[in-house]
Design a protein around this ligand. Sequence first.
Ligand SMILES: NC(=O)c1ccc[n+]([C@@H]2O[C@H](COP(=O)([O-])OP(=O)(O)OC[C@H]3O[C@@H](n4cnc5c(N)ncnc54)[C@H](OP(=O)(O)O)[C@@H]3O)[C@@H](O)[C@H]2O)c1
Length: 278
Amino acid sequence: MKTDTINGETVPAIGMGSWHLGQGRHSESEEIEALRTGISMGLRVIDTAEMYGSGKSETLIGKALTGYRDKVYLVSKVYPWHANRLMMERACNASLKRLNTDTLDLYLLHWRLGSMLSEAVSGFEKLKQQGKIKAWGVSNFDVDDMEDLFDVDGGNQCVTNQVFYNPASRGIEFDLIPWCDQHNISMMAYSPLGGEGTSLLRHPFITQLAAKYQTGPSSVLLAWATRNGKMIAIPESGEAAHIRENAEALSLVIQPDDLKAMDKVFPPPSSKVALETR
Ligand SMILES: NC(=O)c1ccc[n+]([C@@H]2O[C@H](COP(=O)([O-])OP(=O)(O)OC[C@H]3O[C@@H](n4cnc5c(N)ncnc54)[C@H](OP(=O)(O)O)[C@@H]3O)[C@@H](O)[C@H]2O)c1
């Protein structure tokens, strides 16, 4: 099984996102079954945020995790306007309550807003001391944001940067992945299938590779995202059948010749590209 490390802890290289879960796209029981299927197949990193469905995604995950919490590496995110001394503890407590747990494995600043990074860092460190979170990180931070963060006292305690990444959006390969690698920051790829309504899953080259490896297109995209052992991909699905297909990527290795062919169809960046977000 492909793995990666966050803060020294080994985790599977593929997990599960939850942006649209708990909001009626599928029935609650289907989505709970989907999450539990994923956990049982090794997709043990679950990503959520207080923003998703205004807490509904966390609430659904809290239900799905009854009896499963110790199997999961649980990640949530705080709104930037809650990432300060006054609001962060309250926001974290509310997430913990919805998630039906007393600690998060990882808590992320959802995106950067303005220059209040030192407030966020001290808020995260306080939560760590209280045992409410085990580690903290950021999301949607480009290289200049990471440099500003590391200029702040305690900013180098950040362990993860979660960013948009898939074959159609490879800009981070130019500078952000190398920067995070050098500074021992693990990376998470969000929208690794291209996001909701994605056409990547129907791309002729991806479907051709899927046929060659006798798997599904989603599995090819996830195996590609995690090919270097330096990325944890967090695809979202509310359907158990899709999650089973995604889990096949945990053992799928795309051969070097096919990776080269991917580079021709989806070229890597040759210069700086501003970080894309969703
Ligand atoms: N930090 C951030 O700012 C940020 C931003 C965006 C997303 N995220 C996180 O990243 C997660 C994933 O990103 P995302 O939801 O934007 O996009 P994604 O995972 O790339 O794509 C999700 C879409 O793919 C479909 N899908 C999943 N598995 C499939 C399969 N095997 N076959 C066919 N279709 C499949 C899903 O539909 P079904 O439910 O029908 O399977 C859904 O419509 C989010 O849930 C969230 O946790 C973070």
